[in-house]
Design a protein around this ligand. Structure first.
Ligand SMILES: [Zn+2]
Ligand SMILES: [Zn+2]
Length: 362
């Protein structure tokens, strides 16, 4: 029997006291009313994570049980698909700042997230981290601080990722190399001396490796500009929670633009690298050559997960800049403009100092 359940993606909750929309309070398991301070606890999930079997998804996309409709806004400027749940007060693209029009919103299917990593730091804290960073920038134009530091512009985004689990098995053939040294005489006459030279003796090797590949993380956002930098794209996935749309309240959620199929190909490449490192360890010796690898993945499952990032977008002299703060760890990264004149005078000052030292040393 098909069970009719309420929509999991969009479950708006209003405050029982004043009717305002409740939003998720970072670092807690509560929804909070920004107006009267009323809080509500998000009930822990009874089901745990939903790891989905990969095969049926890849074979018949579109007819999935775990999909449902969600309201999306498409940015015509940069192509990001986003679901905005913040009372629609400032409707602009999280990546590029372009205005979005609520009338353009449309319903779209998405594979329900299997897990979400709730924000651990709030917007205020993220803004402080960001401000401290901007204040500490060397050679930044003076006007930058004014342009960048609008607290309203730092917004929380749940970025889409795929994670894959699989049982890996690989047969291999290769060679184990062991180092040895020979003593050689080089030079002639007065410069004659002996040196140690390294050589490798090779032995054939073959065997198999196997193991569980857990949580291979693949980004599912196809952004061309405003890409989340590798430096901050590290989260402690031990803190993932079973998906509950309550955690999305007050934040922007991006829909994946890299389809599952492509994400899976990417994860296969990573599985191949993992297999290679396991094989090399298995071969042992000082160095290894892997001649052939026959890898199979079985019991493959995947999850669509949402991970927290604060994004700040600002324009400076016609160019767009993005800053990112990891919503769990607070690590920051961003592009920044340099002031030509500040660097020019700094270099000039150094040259003067060098010049003076030179003169006095004479
Ligand atoms: Zn209230
Ligand atoms: Zn955009």
């Amino acid at each position: 029997m098909e069970e009719i359940s309420p929509k999991k993606s969009e479950l708006k909750k209003s405050c029982v006291n004043c009717g305002a929309e409740l939003t998720y309070a970072p670092g807690t398991t509560e929804l909070k009313c920004d107006y009267c301070g009323h809080t509500e606890t998000i009930a822990p999930s009874e089901n745990g994570f939903e790891e989905l079997e990969l095969k049926p998804y890849l074979e018949k996309m579109g007819s999935q049980k775990h999909s449902e409709e969600i309201t999306m806004l498409h940015c015509k400027n940069c192509g990001a698909n986003q679901h905005i749940e913040e009372n629609y007060k400032s409707l602009s693209c999280i990546y590029c700042g372009s205005p979005l029009i609520i009338e353009d919103a449309y319903k779209e299917e998405w594979i329900l997230p299997g897990a979400v990593l709730p924000f651990q730091i709030d917007q205020k804290k993220a803004f402080q981290i960001f401000k401290k960073w901007v204040d500490g920038l060397w050679f930044a134009p003076n006007n930058l601080k004014k342009a960048a530091l609008d607290p309203e512009k730092t917004r929380g985004l749940y970025a889409p990722y795929w994670t894959f689990d699989a049982q890996l098995y690989a047969d291999y053939t290769g060679q184990r190399g062991e180092y040895y040294y020979v003593t050689k005489t080089v030079g002639s006459g007065k410069n004659k001396r002996t040196v140690q030279e390294r050589r490798t003796r090779w032995y054939p090797a073959s065997g198999s490796v196997s193991g569980f590949v857990d949580d291979t993380l693949i980004k599912a956002s196809n952004q061309k500009t405003g890409v989340i930098p590798q430096k901050i794209a590290r989260w402690n996935l031990k803190m993932l929670k079973p998906f509950d749309s309550s955690y999305l309240a007050g934040f922007v959620t991006e829909k994946y633009t890299i389809p599952l199929l492509e994400g899976h190909l990417e994860s296969n490449k990573i599985a191949e690298q993992i297999a290679d490192s396991w094989i090399r360890r298995d071969i042992g010796g000082d160095t290894q050559q892997v001649t052939s690898t026959d890898m199979t993945l079985s019991e493959e499952t995947f999850k669509h997960v949402l991970l927290p990032v604060y994004v700040s977008t600002y324009r400076f002299k016609g160019k767009r800049y993005n800053f990112f703060v990891n919503g769990q760890s607070g690590v920051i990264s961003g592009e920044r403009p340099y002031s030509f004149w500040k660097i020019f005078f700094f270099v000039l000052a150094i040259l003067c100092v060098i010049g003076l030292i030179y003169l006095f040393s004479k």
